[in-house]
Structure formats: C-alpha cells, structure tokens
Design a protein around this ligand. Sequence first.
Ligand SMILES: Cc1cc2nc3c(=O)[nH]c(=O)nc-3n(C[C@H](O)[C@H](O)[C@H](O)COP(=O)(O)OP(=O)(O)OC[C@H]3O[C@@H](n4cnc5c(N)ncnc54)[C@H](O)[C@@H]3O)c2cc1C
Length: 418
Amino acid sequence: MDFTANYDMFLNEEHDLLRQTVREFTEREVAPNIRAWDRSGAEHGEGPETRTHIRPLIEKMGKLGFLGICFPAKYGGAGMDYLALAVLCEELERMDSFLRVVASVHVGLNSMTIFQWGTEAQKMKYLKPQAEGKKIGAYGLTEPNSGTDAGAMTSTARRDGDHYILNGEKIWISLSDVADTFVVFAKTDPSKGNRGISCFIVERSMPGFSSYPLHGKLGVRAGNTGGIVFQDMRVPVENRLGEEGEGFKIAMTALDSGRYTVAAGAVGGIQGALEASVKYAKERHTFGVPIGDHQLVKRMISTMVRKMDMGRLLVYKAGWMKNAGRRNSRETTLAKWHATVSSWESADDAVQIHGAYGFSDEYPVERFLRNARGGVIYEGTRELQELLQADFAMGTRELAPKLRCELPTYNKEAWEAE
Ligand SMILES: Cc1cc2nc3c(=O)[nH]c(=O)nc-3n(C[C@H](O)[C@H](O)[C@H](O)COP(=O)(O)OP(=O)(O)OC[C@H]3O[C@@H](n4cnc5c(N)ncnc54)[C@H](O)[C@@H]3O)c2cc1C
C-alpha cells in the first residue's frame, strides 16, 4: 500500500510530484550504490578521498532544485513551502540518512538560518548560490567539550577593526570536508555566557580554516562527519549573522529548522524499515506459512505503522505552522523526539523480522538501525527533547519568546516570482 496517501489536508499535487521525483532520484542514484558506500565508509574511513560520491550527488540534487526547495525564486530557490522540505527529507531517508543529513545541514541549519537572520546582502551572497546548489552549506555548533550545553563553547571571536579573529574547534560537523560555507558560533564576550555568543558565516577558503574527518562511526557511514578548526581565522565583520551576542538565539532557531528536517527524515526511515519488513514477511516462510501470518510478527509491523503515521502527522503539523508563520518549537521538538526514537525502534523491529538476515548488510535494515541511532543524539538528544516538552507543559519555558527576526511566512505567489 501507499503509506503516504491521504495527507491531502496538508499536501497538494506539487508535493506528490516532488515525492515522486525524489524517489526516482534515490532509486536511480543511491539504491545501486548505497551498500558499497556504507561499507567503504566503515573500511576505508570518511575522508574526502574516499567520499568522492558525495559532491556529484549533491550537485545533482542542486540541479533538481532540492537544495533550495523552500526558498523564494528570488534567492535561487524552488519557491515551494516548508512541507515540501519535509517530503524531501522523508524520501531521502527512506533510502538512507546520509543525503537527508545533507538536506538537514545545508537547507535546515545553514540556509534557513541565513534566510531568517541574514541581511539582504548576505542572502544574495550566500543563500542564493546555496539554494541553486552551487555552494554547499553546513553548521558548526558542537565542540569537543560542549554539545547539549552549547553555551559552554570555548571558541572565541575577537574584534580587530573590520574583521573578527576566530579561534577554536568544532566537532561532529556533518559535511566538514565537503561544505564550502559554514554557519558557526563563537564567543565575542566570554564573560556574558549565552549572551556573549555571536554567529558567523565562514568560508572554507578563509586562511586559518581547516577540517578533518572522523573515523569509525556507527552510522551515516556513506556520509562525511568530522571537525573544523579555526586558527587565527580572519572573518569580515559583514559575515557576522545577526547582532553581536545574538548567536545563542540564532543557534536555537536554526535547530527549530534542523530538527524539523531530522523528524521528517526519521518518518521516512520508519517507512523504509516498514516496507522492507512487509516484503520480507510475505516472502519468508516458517511452519508452512509466511512469517507475516504469525501474530507476533504482525504486531511489530502494526507498531511501525502506528509510529510512522503519528510521526508524519506531528511533522506535517509543525510544517503547516512554519508555513503560517507560527512559532513551532514545541511542535517541532515533539515531532523530532517521537520520530527519531520511533525510527530507531522500528529499525530494531525490522532487524528482528529479518532474523539472521537482518544481521547482515545483504538487507538494508541493519543500516537503518545504525543510521537511526544518530537521530536520537544529534540536533538535541532525546533527553533534551524530553526536558523541553516538560518545560513547555509546565510553563517554565516560553512557547514563543520574542525574536528580532522570524522565519519568513510562506507566500506562494511571492516565492514563485523571479
Ligand atoms: C552523526 C552526527 C552528526 C552531527 N552533526 C552535527 C553538525 O552538523 N553540527 C553540529 O554542530 N553538531 C553535530 N552533531 C553533534 C550533536 O548535535 C551532539 O552530539 C549533540 O548535541 C549531543 O551533544 P554531545 O554529543 O556533546 O553529548 P553531551 O551533551 O555530552 O550529552 C551526553 C549525554 O548526557 C545527556 N545530558 C546532557 N545534559 C543533560 C541534561 N541537562 N539532562 C539530562 N541529560 C543530559 C545527553 O542527553 C546525553 O545522553 C552531530 C552528531 C552526530 C552523532
């Protein structure tokens, strides 16, 4: 059956066409190679020399309009809405999470943040080529000694005339060795805690920038994850995103965009695990019947269906709110928490349904399981999402704190106009 049917209260024919286009792309470009790419990441490391498949794929995604999916044509985008971004992420992760990670960091964390907070000049200089797929964006918040507690970062940015001098290291950065441009965070005034953090757009070509790959990851092995280092890196003042001291707020709004893409991807991951399980449950026989006839196997399949549909509804609700210009941290956090945990649990059930074959990369489900584990950690761990939900429920966290710049409301006519 078509698990994406009957969402027309949220989606229209353009979204359906997009889904079909992304599916054809992943079936054609990714499916024949994904096992080899995943293996090569495990066996030969994840440096740029072994990750040569990533850039050409990203270029193809750019040509299809995926990298500027939810931005106005004026900024090089496809002029679609935020729900289209969810459909894109679902379909990418239905195949594998590594290209959904590209959408998450390039579109969600980087480009949407520039769209929300950037000056017109910054949007034309950075957002436009990124939306057109000519430049690749990524996002650097996490440091060796600060993840969940982002305010404990130690990277610094010292003002020197019309430049800042950045020093520090970011780790676990998706596309560290691939991206051209990074939205990063550093302290301009360490004495002010979170209020002393500022945000910068930095380029790989800036002297003092370097990157390195991380090896031995559990999942997202077809992708690239690593560290970026700033050593007396001179960044022009005009590359500061937002005001001095606004960096922490910017980082949190970026996560509202990024978590949405992770949640949508996780729904696609559940679907991938479910589809593989349904197929296998019909083919594999024990005790003279297909294993899908056994009630305990049916329960695993029906549980995946429940988690997938609930996740999809939560994601589309958050996307609908983004389209309408409504603040959606609560809804996005809930979607991210539910969908990522469900994706991991569903992949685990999918491995179980496949028995010993699920333990082998002959079938995709062990890869789904390894990949899904990351979603429970990145862009805010499960525990952070739980704490946020409790805080929203108890009123100890504001639902919509005042911001100087909001994510632009979707406007079909204006966004489609050149
Ligand atoms: C594949 C992958 C890709 C990534 N890509 C990026 C990227 O592109 N850019 C980027 O900036 N970062 C990225 N990250 C980093 C990711 O966002 C962090 O790993 C995440 O925020 C958690 O931080 P940490 O690993 O330092 O864990 P820690 O913050 O050290 O947490 C360790 C454990 O303690 C728990 N914990 C911490 N504080 C609390 C608390 N107050 N209450 C209860 N429990 C708590 C956590 O939930 C977790 O279980 C990526 C990570 C992975 C795995």
